[in-house]
Write a protein that binds this ligand. Structure first.
Ligand code: CAA
Length: 291
């Protein structure tokens, strides 16, 4: 094992310029890494750049960051659609693309072909465990989950999840990388869908939905209880709107496909909102209205 696990990590490529991918990339660039944000669509890359600039302007105006630190971070960032060109320079790849196993397997195989031999290929997924993509590569020992929380600029936790063949060196590097970008890494000893934090949240969400669907209390009151009795910053329904009801729905469906347990199926009210296109903040309507 190398003495300093980060000695070879200078360049990070984040695949996917959505809300998670773009903020993860910003966190890495702010911490001093050369960072690419890559997406297949130019519009997605442009939108990510615009949103990050306005988020950083707000942080500067509130004296949370200096203009110099932010300018230096943007200097270190590349917003690009040239995935292979970026990946060829990467020491650490964080995949934050769509939650689709087939697409991820293809992506990991292609990344494996273009990345340098030492590059670690990590996925930000919390429900597709890395053993399901590792065998699409010739470097399963350098594949793991590296899971951030929403909003990634703010939330401190990063879960580092090895699969059976992930090397100790990869785990140490991922743990150290998370620390070096100001996060608090949590190491899992083995794979389990949802990992630790989402399983805790999932238990709360399942109970909240049951209370609501059984007519015990309105969703707004359940949110009030979570905030004022448990000191949670958001109630479970507000959180679903922030994370995306589509994300909640698809995660439950993926869990059901993996476990076959009917208890994993999305709650009826989530299914209804998903089918009505009411995804939460991103669509303007969810449990609450945002227009
Ligand atoms: N992106 C970046 N920063 C954000 C943000 C966003 N989307 N939303 C809020 N912030 C930051 C900003 O700095 C903001 O300050 P300004 O508005 O002055 O710029 C600051 O947080 C405070 O925001 P608010 O006043 O709007 O609200 P708040 O005090 O409630 O804080 C919060 C917002 C940090 C999101 C807080 O409500 C919170 O911690 N909520 C719980 C979040 C949570 O549980 N996340 C985990 C989700 S599960 C998940 O991510 C798993 C997965 O696999 C997808």
């Amino acid at each position: 094992m190398t003495e300093n696990p980060l000695q070879n990590i200078k360049h990070i490529t984040v695949i996917g310029a959505g809300a998670m991918g773009s903020q993860i990339a910003m966190v890495c660039a702010l911490a001093g890494y050369e960072t690419d944000v890559v997406d297949i669509k130019q519009e997605a890359v442009d939108k990510a750049s615009e949103q990050l600039h306005s988020r950083m302007d707000r942080d500067i105006s509130k004296d949370r960051r200096t203009p110099e630190d932010v300018a230096a971070a943007f200097e270190r960032m590349t917003f690009s659609t040239d995935r292979d060109g970026c990946a060829a320079k990467a020491d650490f790849v964080i995949e934050a693309a769509v939650e689709d196993l087939k697409i991820k397997r293809q992506l990991f195989a292609e990344l494996d072909a273009v990345c340098p031999e030492h590059t670690i290929l990590a996925t930000n997924s919390s429900n597709i465990v890395s053993s399901r993509v590792a065998d699409a590569t010739n470097r399963p020992d350098k594949v793991c989950n590296f899971h951030f929380f929403n909003p990634a600029l703010v939330m401190k936790c990063v879960e580092v999840v090895p699969h059976e063949a992930t090397s100790r060196e990869t785990v140490e590097t991922a743990m150290e990388l998370a620390r070096s970008i100001g996060k608090a890494p949590v190491e899992l000893k083995k794979e389990v869908p949802g990992f630790v934090a989402n399983r805790l949240l999932g238990a709360l969400r399942t109970e909240a939905l049951k209370l609501y669907e059984d007519g015990v209390a309105d969703y707004k009151d359940i949110d009030v209880a979570a905030k004022t009795a448990l000191n949670h910053p958001m109630g479970p329904f507000e959180l679903m709107d922030m994370v995306g009801i589509d994300v909640v729905y698809l995660i439950r469906l993926a869990e059901y496909e993996q476990t076959g347990d009917p208890a994993s199926l999305p709650a009826e009210s989530i299914k209804e909102k998903y089918e009505a296109g009411q995804y939460g903040r991103k669509s303007g309507h969810g449990w609450y209205d945002y227009e």
